[in-house]
Design a protein around this ligand. Sequence first.
Ligand SMILES: [Zn+2]
Ligand SMILES: [Zn+2]
Length: 271
Amino acid sequence: MVDCGEGAQVQLRRSGLSFEKLGHIFITHLHGDHCFGLIGIISTFGLLGRIATLHIHAPEELRPMLQAQLDMFFNYDIGYKVEFHGVDTKKQQVIYEDRSLTVETIPLNHRMPCAGYLFREKPSLPHIRREMIDLYNIPVSQINNIKSGQGYTLSDGTLIPHEKLVTPADAPRSYAYCSDTRYMPELHKMVKGVNTLYHESTYAQDKKDGAEKYYHSTAQQAAMVARDAQAGKLLLGHYSARYNDETVLLKEAQEIFPNTYLTDEMKVFDV
Ligand SMILES: [Zn+2]
Ligand SMILES: [Zn+2]
């Protein structure tokens, strides 16, 4: 989960996603709309009997506040471990890695320390062609060798090349989440070639000065980052309440980067 505003646990429940599968929460910064839901979700997980450790990645400033809340409300007894990982919001670096993906920080420019997150899938192995395995009667013990690049030699000495036995792996996907931030002309370098870029778009062009002043971005500025990064698609969000209809934001962004979409609660996008 990236950010955890008030109401996050209600929406998580509505989404039908499994609470147990949530192992890591990445917080961008300490404004309420990004972290006020955290203690509620931690509490609910305890009531539901969670036992797996929950990892919180967030700017260091959250550590004492979260610890104080945990001590006060739960007296160390919520039945599972909450492990805090302080994030340096000033540099881009890998802060998490497992078998299938890495997570990098993206330093942003906001009124307080703030980092976005870049999720990169690791390259996966090619897919085995079941029908070829059956055709040549290849034993299961050879599958891993074939997946990692080898061919297979038949008993009469014929070599079946690797390429005939597999279909290519899916291209690794990447997703960058950038909220909240002033327009950063250099940001595109940190998210170069990303498949899907989420970039805040609090304002339309009529409030360009306000965006600068309050450390937020316009939809066009988000689109400029997507264009310069050669992103696959751009998702807008974090709209100012002044816009009853966000279509104006979408239109302004699409003038610069056509493959742009408006995000909304419960809307699902492919990465
Ligand atoms: Zn903020
Ligand atoms: Zn915000």
